[in-house]
Design a protein around this ligand. Structure first.
Ligand SMILES: N[C@@H](CC=O)C(=O)O
Length: 304
């Protein structure tokens, strides 16, 4: 298992379940094979896999399935939390397994900056390893608190996912890249802001949900960024926008979950409550867009 955040696009895939909500091992295997065949070797199981609602009784089974299904050369990053009790309970299962790190899901509400920093420190101590921070809102952790956690050696990487109308105007990110080593920060909002985060803020990697449908196209975008081929990167980014627009218009996690099924990659089945699958009208809207993205990706495979 490698542990280099810039080696591949960091996929944030959905998790497949059967009708009775048990794990669908065959469908999860098919999705992981699809990603790995498309050049993706880092798979982060977090929001899109709905780890927010994963019970402790299910957690070790999910961790073991992911370890079994991924290639030994791939890097699986599970997440934990978001609440403090779950973080500390899950640390026990994580530390018994060979994960180089885990991502802390961000709590929203009923938390303070100081309390969140304290909770993350205690989780990293219990895990015995530095963790990945997931910054999704400015109110979650101040830049000073993030820098202190990094200085204490408790953070291996940061998934930066604060959405801006204009990603090039981001005072929090501007402060962050001066306060911590920017090579630790990964753009965490998919293909849409990845080029601006790369060029303007020096972030050297990105996470993606839509990579679960189009791993070759997303990997080609990362390769274009690494080669400083920015026109090509822009062309590739635009291929993702129709699907990303549906995700942003309905719900990013729900559209991705059912989009993978509708694109014919693997049957993701029901999404774990408290989320719900798309309704019929939403499925009718998303299906052609998901299929188009999958076909563009397949065309790239044929051309290679
Ligand atoms: N939220 C983004 C990146 C993954 O975390 C997406 O789902 O595309």
């Amino acid at each position: 298992m490698h542990s280099d955040p810039g080696k591949s696009v960091v996929a944030v895939p959905p998790l497949a379940r059967n009708a009775d909500l048990t794990l669908n091992i065959k469908a999860n295997a098919a999705l992981i094979r699809h990603l790995e065949a498309g050049g993706v070797s880092t798979l982060m199981y977090g929001g899109n896999a709905n780890f927010y609602h994963l019970g402790l009784s299910d957690y070790p089974r999910v961790l073991d399935m992911l370890l079994e299904l991924a290639q030994p050369s791939s890097w699986i990053i599970p997440s934990a939390g978001p609440d403090f009790g779950k973080l500390m309970d899950q640390a026990r299962y994580l530390r018994e397994r060979p994960f180089p790190t885990a991502m802390v899901l961000p709590a929203s509400g009923f938390a303070t900056d100081a309390g969140t920093a304290d909770g993350i420190s205690r989780f990293a101590d219990a895990l015995g390893k530095p963790v990945i921070l997931y910054l999704k809102a400015e109110s979650y952790l101040s830049v000073a608190s993030v820098a202190r956690l990094c200085d204490k050696g408790l953070v291996s990487a940061i998934k930066y996912a604060i959405v801006r109308d204009d990603p090039s105007r981001d005072p929090y990110l501007s402060q962050l890249v001066t306060a911590v080593d920017r090579s630790r920060i990964i753009s965490g909002i998919g293909e849409r802001p990845a080029i601006q985060h790369w060029r303007q803020f020096g972030l050297r990697g990105f996470t993606s949900g839509s990579v679960a449908i189009a791993p070759r196209l997303s990997s080609a975008l990362l390769a274009a960024l690494k080669a400083e081929a920015y026109d090509e990167a822009q062309r590739l980014r635009e291929i993702f926008l129709p699907f990303e627009n549906e995700r942003d218009g309905i719900n990013p996690t729900r559209v991705l979950h059912d989009g993978v099924t509708l694109a014919g990659i693997a049957d993701m089945g029901p999404i774990l409550p408290l989320l719900s699958n798309l309704d019929d009208a939403e499925r009718a809207r998303v299906a052609p867009v998901a299929r188009e993205l999958q076909m563009r990706d397949a065309a790239l495979a044929k051309a290679a």
